[in-house]
Each structure stands twice: as structure tokens, then as C-alpha cells.
Write a protein that binds this ligand. Structure first.
Ligand code: DAK
Length: 258
């Protein structure tokens, strides 16, 4: 499939990469771009040869937010009746882990998209922010919720109320990202993590991702019950038998993903 606003690649076995490709507009998230992103991610998600996905931009920008020029002409009703950014980027429907590999500007909807992924690997030049306040609007792609969960209320308030930007090192310190690497290395780091994920039992990976994501949505009791259910499902897999046998026989497991 050919795309106008994204590039796709499988740099190593098991890893699917989707790259935002509107460099002149700092990868501003226009509707056609968002539709292509979701189409490509769904394609990788349903491809048995792929175990982990990466969403990236370029060195200068992961994405500088939703496309302001597109939103400028839109009314409240246009926004209400049209599909929202959230609907276009329904990452919760993806079953395979998705890593955001970000560099440069990670702003507004760009930051919200990164936070919707399962992990964030940042280059040391990455700058995170929610500058919607400067446009007279508020974050609408999950920022008020996900950023607050990630960095805590006081800092989230400062970021969203004053357009305070976070450096990559600060983002690491506050737990917004899981890795920071030099700008010429961050993509390799993301690929290395993705390859590790892709080389595990995909049954266990899917059950783990599902349970961890529920930690954001349900009470501790419900979360523990869901974890127990997913644990029991993993215990019924062929990969559980193989994984434990391989440990005892001191060899690498050969996963069947069943
Ligand atoms: N949209 C459209 N174009 C953008 C853009 C954006 N977000 N960001 C940059 N560009 C374009 C610029 O217009 C310019 O285009 P030309 O003039 O060359 O045609 C080009 O990219 C280069 O930008 P600059 O000339 O401004 O470059 P600088 O290096 O001076 O500055 C910057 C880079 C990233 C600091 C600056 O461009 C900037 O502040 N950009 C805007 C950042 C921003 O405010 N982001 C938040 C956007 S609002 C929704 C859910 C969520 C959202 C919306 C709806 N629903 C549920 C419906 C999300 C909203 C947002 O993200």
C-alpha cells in the first residue's frame, strides 16, 4: 500500500515502523495523515510476522500537534460531527505493543499521540509540551488525563496552564518516557526494544499489555482480578509449556505464539 503522509518499514524481523512524513510542517497531524497512520498500524497489528510496532517522526519533530491550519476553518459543530483525533488514533484497539520513538518537537496532539503509545523512547533533543493554551483551546487528545497520570498534578498543571516545556532528561526524570538516547541513536534503541518484545511469546505479550493498560482504567481490585484472569490464560498456552521446559533444559525457548 502506498501512502502520501507516512512511510512504513520493517527494519528488522518482527518490527513494523510507521514514520510521520510531513517534514515541512513539523509533521502536523492533519486528518489524512492520521487516517494513514491508523491504517498502517492496523495492518502491522494484524500481520502475524510483526510482534511490535514503532511510531516515529524525524530528528526535528515527532509532531508539532494537530494541524492548526486545518482546525482554523472548523466550527464547533464541524469538530463535534467529524471524527476526532481520538477516534482516528484509537491505539487502544491495537493488541501489539507500540513504541513512540520521538525527537525534536513533541507538542500538543504530538505529545498526546506519544503518550497513547505503550512506551516512549526519546532523543536527547526532544521537547515535550501542551501549548494549546496559546491557541485559546485545551488539550483534546487525552493530554489532561495522560500527562497528569504520567508526571503528577502540579507539573501537569504548569505544563498545560503556562506552556512549560519539558526536556528529554526532565521527561525521563518524571517518568513520561522510558528511555533517552543521543539523537543519532534513539531509533536504534527503539528498534532494539521492539525486537526484544517481538522475540517473546506473543500470547504473553498481548495479555501483559492488556493488563498493564487496565491499571489506568479500573480499581486495584478489578485490575488484580483481570491480571489473575490473564495470568490463567497464559498458563493455558503452549508457550507456557515450552517456556518452562526451555528454562529447565537450559536452552532458548522456541515460541509458537499459541
Ligand atoms: N499545524 C500546522 N502547521 C504547523 C504546525 C501545526 N501544529 N506547527 C508548525 N507548522 C508549520 C508552520 O505553519 C510553518 O509552515 P509554513 O509557514 O512554512 O508554511 C512550518 O510548520 C514551520 O513552522 P515555524 O515557521 O513556526 O517553525 P519554527 O521553527 O519557528 O517553530 C514550532 C516551530 C513547532 C515551535 C512552531 O511551529 C509552533 O509553535 N507550532 C505550533 C505548536 C502547537 O501549538 N501545537 C499544538 C497544536 S493544537 C482534538 C484533539 C486534539 C487536538 C485537536 C483536536 N479533538 C479531540 C478533535 C490537538 C490540538 C493541537 O495539537
Amino acid at each position: 500500500m502506498s501512502y502520501d503522509y507516512i512511510l512504513t518499514d520493517t527494519p528488522v524481523a518482527g518490527v513494523g515502523v510507521v514514520q510521520l512524513n510531513r517534514p515541512k510542517a513539523y509533521n502536523a497531524l492533519s486528518t489524512p495523515l492520521l487516517i494513514e497512520v491508523m491504517t498502517a498500524l492496523r495492518e502491522f497489528d494484524t500481520d502475524d510476522s510483526i510482534g511490535c510496532m514503532i511510531l516515529t517522526g524525524n530528528e526535528k519533530a515527532f509532531a508539532a500537534g494537530a494541524d492548526i491550519k486545518e482546525m482554523d476553518g472548523k466550527t464547533q459543530v464541524d469538530m463535534y460531527m467529524g471524527q476526532s483525533l481520538i477516534e482516528h488514533l484509537d491505539f487502544t484497539s491495537l493488541t501489539k505493543p507500540l513504541i513512540a520513538a520521538v525527537s525534536g518537537f513533541v507538542l500538543g496532539g504530538g505529545c498526546e499521540v506519544a503518550m497513547s503509545c505503550d512506551m516512549i523512547v526519546a532523543s536527547d533533543t526532544a521537547v515535550f509540551g501542551q501549548p494549546e493554551i496559546n491557541l485559546g483551546i485545551i488539550p483534546g487528545g487525552g493530554g489532561t488525563q495522560r500527562l497528569t497520570h504520567a508526571v503528577g498534578k502540579a507539573l501537569a498543571m504548569e505544563i498545560m496552564l503556562t506552556d512549560r516545556r519539558l526536556s528529554a532528561e526532565e521527561a525521563l526524570q518524571y517518568g513520561l518516557v522510558n528511555r533517552v538516547a543521543p539523537v543519532d541513536e534513539y531509533m536504534n534503541v527503539a528498534i532494539e526494544i521492539a525486537q526484544k518484545v517481538a522475540n517473546k511469546s506473543q500470547v504473553a505479550i498481548k495479555l501483559t499489555k492488556d493488563a498493564v493498560n487496565k491499571a489506568y482504567e479500573v480499581s486495584l481490585q478489578e485490575g488484580l482480578a483481570l491480571e489473575n484472569r490473564n495470568f490463567l490464560v497464559s498458563f493455558g498456552s503452549e508457550d507456557k509449556v515450552e517456556g518452562m521446559k526451555a528454562f529447565i533444559e537450559k536452552r532458548e525457548a522456541e515460541w509458537k505464539h499459541r
